[in-house]
Design a protein. Structure first.
Length: 297
């Protein structure tokens, strides 16, 4: 069930082809394990076909380069610090990939503009296609101008923070690949772990703080965009950490609680996510789960 949730995150957040984000780490992890078997061979062949498919345009190379850097970092950390949780290795790999990508785009000045324009255009085309499909379902009846404007505003926001969304999707893809390859190889140590135990290095809070400073300072659109991406990426991590704290304290969520959570996200997503982020950030200093588990023991 956890792997299914991570898979949903990959397909929901990725601005690149989700199959590529999944295929590269699966291939590298299978090579790392060096196990044999019919299922492993089939997955390896399928992943290889995904990687060689498609036209050789700029996005084709960009998504494979990104996936290779992220997955390569994850494998390197798996070999060097196997005691780390998979999530800690995934966060470190994605952050390292951001740094490497930033250095590359600084050296190749025009590369970032071309990639940014291509992905932003793709997001806008997707929204236009969705609106056209909705118009067909309504038998040609005009849609609310407010709804159309909101959809395009959401698309612009998504295009602005696509690096953060890609980082979130890449982390989830590493989790899925880690789980799948572990199951295929029969490795009991490759579990994803419950959400109630999710945590990461407390010093990463400075990325969140730095991002907020860049957004508030308004030192230019480029700087504000960097800050917004940092806030979105770390905000997602802290929201998950806050949810983990709530699940730990409550002993897990029932089916009714999941239904209420879904309704809350549907009707008041900013409030629910904001509360989860605040709890997650607070856990950085309070370490709520350790304080609670000590007296309970």
């Amino acid at each position: 069930m956890r792997a299914v949730g991570l898979l949903a995150v990959v397909f929901s957040f990725s601005v690149l082809r989700p199959a590529v984000l999944l295929a590269v780490p699966m291939l590298l992890l299978l090579l790392l394990r060096r196990h044999r078997g019919g299922a492993i061979f089939a997955v390896a062949v399928l992943a290889t076909l995904v990687l060689i498919a498609g036209g050789r345009d700029g996005v084709w190379f960009a998504e494979r380069a990104w996936s290779l850097v992220v997955a390569g970092g994850f494998v390197a950390l798996t070999l060097s610090v196997p005691e780390w949780r998979w999530s800690s290795r995934a966060i470190a790999s994605v952050l390292a990939a951001f740094v490497i990508g930033a250095v590359y785009f600084l050296v190749r000045g025009g590369a970032w503009g071309a990639l940014d324009w291509t992905i932003s255009s793709g997001v806008m085309v997707s929204v236009t296609t969705t609106l056209d499909a909705l118009a067909l379902l309504r038998d040609g009846q005009p849609m609310s101008p407010t709804f159309v404007a909101t959809m395009y505003e959401m698309a612009e926001a998504q295009a602005s923070v696509f690096p953060a969304l890609l980082g979130i999707a890449s982390m989830a893809a590493l989790g899925v690949a880690w789980w799948v390859t572990g199951r295929l190889a029969g490795a009991a140590d490759q579990e994803i772990g419950p959400a109630a135990s999710f945590r990461f290095n407390d010093h990463l809070v400075w990325i969140m703080i730095g991002g907020l400073v860049l957004v508030v300072a308004r030192w230019g659109d480029a700087v504000s965009r960097i800050g917004a991406n940092a806030v979105v990426f770390m905000g997602a991590l802290y929201a998950l950490r806050g949810a983990g704290v709530v699940m730990f304290l409550s002993g897990g969520l029932s089916v009714a609680a999941y239904v209420l959570l879904a309704l809350g996200l549907l009707l008041a997503a900013p409030a629910v996510l904001g509360a989860a982020i605040l709890i997650g950030i607070g856990d950085t200093w309070l370490d709520i789960r350790s304080r609670t588990s000590g007296p309970a023991a």
